[in-house]
Design a protein around this ligand. Structure first.
Ligand code: PMV
Length: 339
Protein backbone atom coordinates (compact mmCIF):
# COMPACT_ATOMS: atom_id res chain seq x y z
CA UNK A 1 0.00 0.00 0.00
CA UNK A 2 1.25 3.46 -0.90
CA UNK A 3 0.47 6.67 0.94
CA UNK A 4 -0.39 9.97 -0.75
CA UNK A 5 2.98 11.32 0.43
CA UNK A 6 4.78 8.48 -1.39
CA UNK A 7 3.11 9.55 -4.61
CA UNK A 8 3.86 13.24 -4.09
CA UNK A 9 7.54 12.34 -3.59
CA UNK A 10 7.54 10.26 -6.77
CA UNK A 11 5.93 13.01 -8.84
CA UNK A 12 7.89 15.94 -7.41
CA UNK A 13 11.13 13.96 -7.53
CA UNK A 14 13.13 16.26 -5.23
CA UNK A 15 11.80 19.45 -6.81
CA UNK A 16 12.19 22.49 -4.57
CA UNK A 17 9.45 23.55 -2.17
CA UNK A 18 10.67 27.11 -2.03
CA UNK A 19 8.17 29.61 -3.45
CA UNK A 20 9.48 31.24 -6.63
CA UNK A 21 6.73 33.88 -6.86
CA UNK A 22 4.86 35.88 -4.23
CA UNK A 23 1.50 34.64 -5.48
CA UNK A 24 0.34 32.15 -8.11
CA UNK A 25 -3.09 32.01 -9.71
CA UNK A 26 -4.70 29.39 -11.92
CA UNK A 27 -8.04 28.52 -13.50
CA UNK A 28 -9.40 25.04 -14.15
CA UNK A 29 -12.69 24.24 -15.87
CA UNK A 30 -15.18 21.89 -14.36
CA UNK A 31 -15.92 18.63 -16.14
CA UNK A 32 -19.04 16.53 -16.52
CA UNK A 33 -18.64 12.78 -16.95
CA UNK A 34 -20.71 11.09 -19.65
CA UNK A 35 -19.26 7.74 -18.64
CA UNK A 36 -18.97 7.94 -14.87
CA UNK A 37 -16.22 7.27 -12.40
CA UNK A 38 -17.99 5.37 -9.67
CA UNK A 39 -16.07 3.09 -7.32
CA UNK A 40 -12.45 3.04 -6.18
CA UNK A 41 -9.99 0.19 -6.12
CA UNK A 42 -7.85 2.23 -3.70
CA UNK A 43 -9.69 4.78 -1.63
CA UNK A 44 -6.55 6.46 -0.27
CA UNK A 45 -5.04 7.23 -3.68
CA UNK A 46 -8.42 7.66 -5.41
CA UNK A 47 -7.70 4.91 -7.93
CA UNK A 48 -10.82 4.01 -9.90
CA UNK A 49 -12.20 0.62 -10.81
CA UNK A 50 -12.87 1.79 -14.38
CA UNK A 51 -11.94 4.42 -16.95
CA UNK A 52 -14.29 7.39 -17.31
CA UNK A 53 -14.91 10.05 -19.95
CA UNK A 54 -15.90 13.68 -19.51
CA UNK A 55 -16.58 16.93 -21.30
CA UNK A 56 -15.17 20.17 -19.88
CA UNK A 57 -17.23 23.32 -19.41
CA UNK A 58 -14.65 25.98 -20.32
CA UNK A 59 -16.39 28.95 -18.70
CA UNK A 60 -17.44 27.17 -15.50
CA UNK A 61 -14.76 26.40 -12.98
CA UNK A 62 -12.48 27.61 -10.23
CA UNK A 63 -9.95 30.43 -10.20
CA UNK A 64 -7.57 29.87 -7.30
CA UNK A 65 -4.68 31.93 -6.00
CA UNK A 66 -2.17 30.90 -3.37
CA UNK A 67 0.62 32.59 -1.45
CA UNK A 68 2.80 31.67 1.49
CA UNK A 69 1.99 33.63 4.64
CA UNK A 70 3.60 34.16 8.01
CA UNK A 71 0.68 33.05 10.13
CA UNK A 72 -0.39 30.33 12.53
CA UNK A 73 -3.07 28.89 10.28
CA UNK A 74 -4.02 28.76 6.62
CA UNK A 75 -6.48 31.40 5.44
CA UNK A 76 -9.11 30.03 3.06
CA UNK A 77 -11.58 32.18 1.16
CA UNK A 78 -14.32 31.05 -1.18
CA UNK A 79 -16.05 33.70 -3.27
CA UNK A 80 -14.69 36.40 -0.89
CA UNK A 81 -16.02 34.59 2.20
CA UNK A 82 -13.65 33.42 4.92
CA UNK A 83 -14.16 29.67 5.39
CA UNK A 84 -14.20 28.14 8.85
CA UNK A 85 -11.61 25.38 9.31
CA UNK A 86 -14.20 23.03 10.78
CA UNK A 87 -16.07 22.81 7.46
CA UNK A 88 -15.55 19.83 5.14
CA UNK A 89 -14.54 22.27 2.39
CA UNK A 90 -11.65 23.68 4.47
CA UNK A 91 -10.64 20.29 5.86
CA UNK A 92 -10.21 18.79 2.40
CA UNK A 93 -8.09 21.73 1.25
CA UNK A 94 -5.92 21.71 4.38
CA UNK A 95 -5.40 17.92 4.11
CA UNK A 96 -4.35 18.36 0.49
CA UNK A 97 -1.98 21.23 1.30
CA UNK A 98 -0.44 19.15 4.13
CA UNK A 99 0.93 16.87 1.42
CA UNK A 100 2.93 19.72 -0.12
CA UNK A 101 4.13 21.88 2.80
CA UNK A 102 7.95 21.98 2.91
CA UNK A 103 7.73 22.06 6.71
CA UNK A 104 4.82 21.62 9.12
CA UNK A 105 4.59 25.34 9.86
CA UNK A 106 4.36 26.63 6.27
CA UNK A 107 1.00 28.38 5.92
CA UNK A 108 -0.93 29.53 2.89
CA UNK A 109 -3.51 32.09 1.95
CA UNK A 110 -5.82 30.48 -0.61
CA UNK A 111 -8.54 32.35 -2.43
CA UNK A 112 -10.97 30.57 -4.71
CA UNK A 113 -13.57 32.14 -6.93
CA UNK A 114 -16.03 29.74 -8.47
CA UNK A 115 -19.13 30.18 -10.59
CA UNK A 116 -20.64 26.78 -9.77
CA UNK A 117 -22.31 25.63 -6.55
CA UNK A 118 -20.07 23.78 -4.09
CA UNK A 119 -20.70 20.12 -3.08
CA UNK A 120 -23.98 19.90 -5.00
CA UNK A 121 -22.91 17.32 -7.58
CA UNK A 122 -21.77 19.87 -10.16
CA UNK A 123 -18.10 18.87 -10.03
CA UNK A 124 -16.94 21.76 -7.84
CA UNK A 125 -14.24 19.60 -6.25
CA UNK A 126 -12.96 18.57 -9.68
CA UNK A 127 -12.18 22.11 -10.83
CA UNK A 128 -11.24 23.19 -7.28
CA UNK A 129 -8.46 20.63 -6.79
CA UNK A 130 -7.24 21.01 -10.37
CA UNK A 131 -6.94 24.80 -9.96
CA UNK A 132 -5.23 24.40 -6.59
CA UNK A 133 -2.72 21.92 -8.06
CA UNK A 134 -1.97 24.30 -10.94
CA UNK A 135 -1.56 27.18 -8.49
CA UNK A 136 0.91 25.15 -6.34
CA UNK A 137 2.82 24.27 -9.52
CA UNK A 138 3.10 28.00 -10.24
CA UNK A 139 3.96 28.98 -6.66
CA UNK A 140 6.86 26.53 -6.42
CA UNK A 141 7.88 26.73 -10.08
CA UNK A 142 7.78 22.96 -10.56
CA UNK A 143 7.03 22.99 -14.28
CA UNK A 144 5.12 19.72 -14.06
CA UNK A 145 3.55 18.11 -17.14
CA UNK A 146 -0.24 17.86 -17.37
CA UNK A 147 0.12 14.10 -16.76
CA UNK A 148 1.93 14.79 -13.49
CA UNK A 149 -0.57 17.50 -12.53
CA UNK A 150 -3.40 15.08 -13.26
CA UNK A 151 -1.88 12.49 -10.89
CA UNK A 152 -1.45 15.05 -8.10
CA UNK A 153 -4.95 16.52 -8.42
CA UNK A 154 -6.42 13.00 -8.34
CA UNK A 155 -5.17 12.72 -4.75
CA UNK A 156 -7.48 15.62 -3.80
CA UNK A 157 -10.55 14.43 -5.70
CA UNK A 158 -10.65 11.65 -8.29
CA UNK A 159 -12.56 13.59 -10.93
CA UNK A 160 -10.09 16.52 -10.60
CA UNK A 161 -7.60 14.58 -12.71
CA UNK A 162 -9.88 15.25 -15.74
CA UNK A 163 -9.97 19.07 -15.25
CA UNK A 164 -6.73 20.09 -16.99
CA UNK A 165 -8.04 20.36 -20.54
CA UNK A 166 -11.00 21.65 -22.47
CA UNK A 167 -13.05 19.24 -24.56
CA UNK A 168 -13.28 15.47 -24.16
CA UNK A 169 -11.04 13.84 -21.58
CA UNK A 170 -10.59 10.20 -20.67
CA UNK A 171 -9.28 9.14 -17.27
CA UNK A 172 -7.32 5.94 -17.73
CA UNK A 173 -7.69 3.83 -14.64
CA UNK A 174 -4.21 2.30 -14.78
CA UNK A 175 -3.17 -0.96 -13.13
CA UNK A 176 -0.28 -0.06 -10.90
CA UNK A 177 -0.67 -0.09 -7.12
CA UNK A 178 1.06 3.30 -6.85
CA UNK A 179 -1.35 4.86 -9.37
CA UNK A 180 1.43 6.37 -11.48
CA UNK A 181 -0.44 5.16 -14.57
CA UNK A 182 -3.83 6.49 -13.43
CA UNK A 183 -4.26 9.90 -15.07
CA UNK A 184 -6.30 11.60 -17.76
CA UNK A 185 -5.62 12.18 -21.43
CA UNK A 186 -7.45 14.64 -23.69
CA UNK A 187 -9.14 13.44 -26.86
CA UNK A 188 -7.79 16.51 -28.63
CA UNK A 189 -8.92 15.93 -32.19
CA UNK A 190 -12.63 15.46 -31.44
CA UNK A 191 -14.55 18.75 -31.37
CA UNK A 192 -18.28 19.19 -31.70
CA UNK A 193 -19.13 22.90 -32.03
CA UNK A 194 -22.91 22.32 -32.06
CA UNK A 195 -22.90 20.41 -28.76
CA UNK A 196 -24.56 22.14 -25.82
CA UNK A 197 -24.52 21.22 -22.13
CA UNK A 198 -27.27 22.74 -20.02
CA UNK A 199 -26.84 23.03 -16.28
CA UNK A 200 -30.14 22.52 -14.55
CA UNK A 201 -29.59 23.59 -10.97
CA UNK A 202 -32.55 22.30 -8.97
CA UNK A 203 -31.13 22.35 -5.46
CA UNK A 204 -27.71 23.79 -4.72
CA UNK A 205 -27.50 23.08 -0.99
CA UNK A 206 -24.66 20.81 0.09
CA UNK A 207 -25.45 17.13 -0.39
CA UNK A 208 -25.91 14.99 2.72
CA UNK A 209 -23.96 11.93 1.51
CA UNK A 210 -20.54 12.68 -0.01
CA UNK A 211 -19.54 10.97 -3.25
CA UNK A 212 -16.68 9.35 -1.33
CA UNK A 213 -19.10 7.76 1.15
CA UNK A 214 -21.61 6.80 -1.54
CA UNK A 215 -18.92 5.14 -3.66
CA UNK A 216 -17.58 3.17 -0.72
CA UNK A 217 -21.05 1.93 0.15
CA UNK A 218 -21.72 0.98 -3.46
CA UNK A 219 -18.48 -0.96 -3.87
CA UNK A 220 -18.87 -2.72 -0.51
CA UNK A 221 -22.55 -3.64 -0.64
CA UNK A 222 -24.26 -3.17 -4.02
CA UNK A 223 -24.86 -6.43 -5.91
CA UNK A 224 -25.29 -4.37 -9.10
CA UNK A 225 -21.74 -3.07 -8.84
CA UNK A 226 -20.46 -6.48 -9.99
CA UNK A 227 -21.72 -5.63 -13.47
CA UNK A 228 -20.57 -2.00 -13.48
CA UNK A 229 -17.01 -2.45 -14.91
CA UNK A 230 -18.29 -4.37 -17.94
CA UNK A 231 -21.01 -1.83 -18.43
CA UNK A 232 -18.49 1.02 -18.44
CA UNK A 233 -16.31 -0.75 -21.03
CA UNK A 234 -19.24 -1.09 -23.39
CA UNK A 235 -20.53 2.46 -22.77
CA UNK A 236 -17.06 3.93 -23.36
CA UNK A 237 -16.69 2.09 -26.65
CA UNK A 238 -20.10 3.32 -27.80
CA UNK A 239 -19.49 6.95 -26.78
CA UNK A 240 -16.14 6.98 -28.58
CA UNK A 241 -17.89 5.59 -31.65
CA UNK A 242 -20.52 8.33 -31.34
CA UNK A 243 -17.79 10.99 -31.18
CA UNK A 244 -16.12 9.68 -34.32
CA UNK A 245 -19.35 9.39 -36.32
CA UNK A 246 -20.97 12.52 -34.78
CA UNK A 247 -23.93 10.40 -33.75
CA UNK A 248 -25.67 12.61 -31.19
CA UNK A 249 -28.51 10.16 -30.49
CA UNK A 250 -26.03 7.43 -29.64
CA UNK A 251 -23.99 9.81 -27.47
CA UNK A 252 -27.03 11.00 -25.53
CA UNK A 253 -28.65 7.59 -25.19
CA UNK A 254 -25.49 5.95 -23.82
CA UNK A 255 -24.64 8.88 -21.50
CA UNK A 256 -28.14 8.92 -20.01
CA UNK A 257 -28.17 5.13 -19.61
CA UNK A 258 -24.75 5.22 -17.95
CA UNK A 259 -25.95 7.79 -15.39
CA UNK A 260 -29.08 5.73 -14.76
CA UNK A 261 -26.96 2.60 -14.23
CA UNK A 262 -24.71 4.45 -11.75
CA UNK A 263 -27.73 5.65 -9.76
CA UNK A 264 -29.20 2.13 -9.85
CA UNK A 265 -25.93 0.73 -8.46
CA UNK A 266 -26.03 3.13 -5.51
CA UNK A 267 -29.76 2.58 -4.96
CA UNK A 268 -28.98 -1.14 -4.53
CA UNK A 269 -26.35 -0.40 -1.84
CA UNK A 270 -27.04 -0.85 1.88
CA UNK A 271 -28.01 1.65 3.13
CA UNK A 272 -29.37 2.79 -0.21
CA UNK A 273 -28.09 6.09 -1.64
CA UNK A 274 -30.52 8.35 -3.46
CA UNK A 275 -29.59 11.75 -4.92
CA UNK A 276 -32.87 12.07 -6.80
CA UNK A 277 -35.30 14.63 -5.42
CA UNK A 278 -38.87 15.30 -6.62
CA UNK A 279 -37.54 18.17 -8.77
CA UNK A 280 -34.99 15.78 -10.30
CA UNK A 281 -37.69 13.25 -11.20
CA UNK A 282 -39.88 15.98 -12.67
CA UNK A 283 -37.02 17.30 -14.82
CA UNK A 284 -36.14 13.78 -15.99
CA UNK A 285 -39.78 13.31 -17.00
CA UNK A 286 -39.77 16.59 -18.95
CA UNK A 287 -36.66 15.43 -20.83
CA UNK A 288 -38.44 12.20 -21.80
CA UNK A 289 -41.54 14.16 -22.90
CA UNK A 290 -39.39 16.41 -25.09
CA UNK A 291 -37.88 13.32 -26.70
CA UNK A 292 -41.36 11.92 -27.30
CA UNK A 293 -42.06 15.15 -29.21
CA UNK A 294 -38.99 14.50 -31.37
CA UNK A 295 -36.55 16.87 -29.64
CA UNK A 296 -33.24 15.09 -29.04
CA UNK A 297 -32.24 15.92 -25.47
CA UNK A 298 -30.70 13.68 -22.80
CA UNK A 299 -29.71 14.09 -19.18
CA UNK A 300 -26.86 13.00 -17.00
CA UNK A 301 -26.73 13.25 -13.21
CA UNK A 302 -23.88 13.05 -10.71
CA UNK A 303 -23.73 12.81 -6.92
CA UNK A 304 -26.39 15.44 -6.34
CA UNK A 305 -29.96 16.27 -7.41
CA UNK A 306 -29.02 18.56 -10.31
CA UNK A 307 -29.13 17.52 -13.95
CA UNK A 308 -26.93 18.33 -16.93
CA UNK A 309 -28.70 18.22 -20.27
CA UNK A 310 -27.08 17.31 -23.57
CA UNK A 311 -28.52 18.79 -26.75
CA UNK A 312 -27.51 20.42 -30.04
CA UNK A 313 -27.49 24.15 -30.86
CA UNK A 314 -30.49 23.79 -33.21
CA UNK A 315 -32.67 22.79 -30.25
CA UNK A 316 -31.54 25.51 -27.83
CA UNK A 317 -34.85 27.38 -28.13
CA UNK A 318 -36.97 24.28 -27.34
CA UNK A 319 -34.80 23.48 -24.32
CA UNK A 320 -34.71 26.98 -22.86
CA UNK A 321 -38.49 27.24 -23.25
CA UNK A 322 -39.00 23.96 -21.38
CA UNK A 323 -36.39 24.77 -18.70
CA UNK A 324 -36.40 28.51 -18.15
CA UNK A 325 -33.64 28.47 -15.50
CA UNK A 326 -31.17 26.41 -17.53
CA UNK A 327 -27.62 27.72 -18.03
CA UNK A 328 -26.40 26.69 -21.44
CA UNK A 329 -22.71 26.01 -22.02
CA UNK A 330 -20.91 25.68 -25.35
CA UNK A 331 -18.06 23.27 -24.61
CA UNK A 332 -16.22 23.93 -27.86
CA UNK A 333 -16.43 27.70 -27.93
CA UNK A 334 -12.91 27.98 -26.46
CA UNK A 335 -10.42 26.15 -28.65
CA UNK A 336 -7.15 26.37 -26.73
CA UNK A 337 -6.23 24.18 -23.75
CA UNK A 338 -5.72 25.84 -20.39
CA UNK A 339 -2.62 24.05 -19.17
O1 PMV B 1 -14.26 13.07 -7.71
P1 PMV B 1 -15.41 12.79 -6.80
O2 PMV B 1 -14.98 12.03 -5.58
O3 PMV B 1 -16.15 14.04 -6.46
O4 PMV B 1 -16.42 11.83 -7.56
C1 PMV B 1 -17.17 12.24 -8.66
C2 PMV B 1 -18.12 11.21 -9.08
C3 PMV B 1 -19.14 11.60 -10.13
O5 PMV B 1 -19.18 12.99 -10.31
C4 PMV B 1 -20.51 11.13 -9.69
C5 PMV B 1 -18.86 10.92 -11.47
C6 PMV B 1 -17.71 11.49 -12.27
O6 PMV B 1 -17.11 10.72 -13.02
O7 PMV B 1 -17.43 12.70 -12.18
Amino acid sequence: MFSKKDIIDKVLNRRSRQAVVAEAEAFAPTNIALVKYWGKRDSILNLPVTNSLSIALPTKGALTSIRVIDDKADIIRLNHKLIDHTTMFAKRIIDFLDLFRPHATERYNITTMTNIPVAAGVASSACGFAALTLALNGLYGWGLSTTELSILARLGSGSACRSFWNGWVEWQRGDRADGMDSFSVPLLDVTWPELRVGLLLLNTTEKSVSSREAMQRTVATSPLFLEWPQRVDSDLAQIKQALITRDFLLLGRVAEANANAMHACMAAATPSVNYREPATEAARATVRQLRDKGIPVFYTQDAGPNLKLLFLSENTKDITEAFTSIETEQPFLVEETIA
